[in-house]
Design a protein around this ligand. Structure first.
Ligand code: FMN
Length: 208
């Protein structure tokens, strides 16, 4: 498979950057080709602006957005790596999703809000988080993310199968961080091929 990793962190020495590298190493070891979208290093602009909107209200095909869509078109699997900020996505990832997965390309709400216009892709979210797993689960944050992201955002985009890996305790001891990096490597190594899903009323399969 061709695997796209989308990294949201300005610091190449960050834990998130290390997570992305370990994931890609695992995917490479499994025989996949890998490509990195390093959003900060590449200067992606996450701000949705009037330039994104055509006079008729549809989304413009701006060159930076089309370049990201072309990357996605090449990929059979996508991994997003971003640190958990305020129990959500940092602004860069949020803006990338808002601008790139746009109406008419990713989804068409008028036809059917439940189905992506995209072919199915294997999807993984690797999310370093400062909190402990008991806090995240006990307070209901994990359930909220599962609903909003796995059923909502990434389900609508056609991620199938999809996996949410919260890397809890990412600011903890070196030992803890090593365990999380090994988990990231394993997520790349064990990446599953896209699964058959219903799309536009038809069943389609993508070769692995
Ligand atoms: C602005 C900001 C908001 C944060 N919000 C959360 C949060 O809501 N929950 C959490 O568990 N950790 C939170 N953290 C901790 C980060 O998730 C943690 O620092 C990060 O995962 C460490 O990885 P890094 O070294 O790649 O930045 C936050 C950190 C920052 C800077």
């Amino acid at each position: 498979m061709h695997v796209l990793t989308v990294l949201d962190h300005p610091n190449p020495a960050s834990f998130s950057s290390a997570v992305a590298r370990h994931f890609m190493d695992g995917a490479t070891a499994a025989g996949h080709s890998v490509e990195l979208a390093d959003l900060h290093a590449e200067g992606f602009d996450p701000r949705w602006s009037m330039a994104d909107i055509e006079p008729d209200g549809h989304m413009s095909a701006l060159p930076d957005v089309v370049a990201e869509q072309d990357r996605i078109a090449r990929a059979d699997a996508i991994c997003l790596v971003f640190p958990l900020y305020w129990w959500g996505m940092p602004a860069m990832t949020k803006g990338w999703v808002d601008r790139v997965w746009n109406w008419g390309w990713a989804y068409d709400q008028l036809d059917d809000p439940e189905r992506s216009l995209q072919r199915p892709r294997s999807g993984v979210l690797l999310i370093p988080a400062g909190a402990r797993s008991d806090e995240i689960e006990g307070e209901g944050y994990l359930a909220a993310m599962e609903t909003a992201w796995m059923k909502g955002t990434f389900g609508y985009f056609g991620f199938s199968p999809r996996k949410l890996e919260l890397l809890c305790g990412a600011t903890g001891s070196e030992k803890r961080r090593q365990v999380l990096l090994e988990k990231s490597y394993r997520a790349g190594l064990d990446l599953q091929p896209p699964r058959q899903v219903r799309q536009g009323g038809k069943s389609i399969t993508v070769p692995g």
